[in-house]
Design a protein around this ligand. Sequence first.
Ligand SMILES: C[S@@+](CC[C@H](N)C(=O)[O-])C[C@H]1O[C@@H](n2cnc3c(N)ncnc32)[C@H](O)[C@@H]1O
Length: 230
Amino acid sequence: MVASRTPAYLILAEASLELVPPGLRGHPSVVSNAKRQGRDPERSLLDSSFHHRAMRPLEEAERRGRPDIVHFCALLALGSRISQAGRLRLFIHTRDDVVIAIEPATRLPRVYDRFKGLMEQVLIEGVVPKDERLLVVEDGGLKELFERLAPSRTVLLSSSGKRTALSRLFPQKKKLDGTAVAVGAFPFGEFHKATVALCGEPVSIADGTLEAWSVVGEVLSRMAHVEGLK
Ligand SMILES: C[S@@+](CC[C@H](N)C(=O)[O-])C[C@H]1O[C@@H](n2cnc3c(N)ncnc32)[C@H](O)[C@@H]1O
């Protein structure tokens, strides 16, 4: 019998993905937007394109309410060659320390609105769909995820980290089995201290700041190359 290899892990860390916080659910822009979309304010994702004014008093408002970042990154990751070869597991880690595991076979909605509806359902119900369990809110947060996965190596990516070439970060001969890579699924700012404490000091793969999905694309392409996927 051939022993199955451990996959690599991609963690979309501190993702700007959350339901509208209770204090904002009565704000006129939240109420009118939910009504227009046929949703309840308490079952709606925070989205800065619609809730910008309501979000002003929120702590770290500039890096919240961006489900589109998770949408792009997750579509890219699940469609990547390394995922399709069964060598990658994807996790969303939200800024509230909620961890969502996504089965590689999941076909996420391409349409943003439907994606948001799916994320609302997962955050509220914990499992979607109930029978297939393609998206599951895991017990515990990032710390517990790391305890379960016990990664062989963890790479935290940030533009403010030590500059490294992708080819040195993931050398041809170094196996990727059990490697966890964390990309920030937020638009501005640095990782919180708790994330750095778990993942180690960040590294940078390019001069300047890239969008999270560009980093996911570059990293997964390099990983597919290292895995020898032709
Ligand atoms: C828009 S950035 C967030 C802003 C953050 N100040 C930064 O520049 O990394 C989203 C994510 O993309 C990744 N990223 C962006 N530029 C990067 C770079 N040059 N090297 C490594 N990762 C980068 C990081 O994981 C980051 O958290």
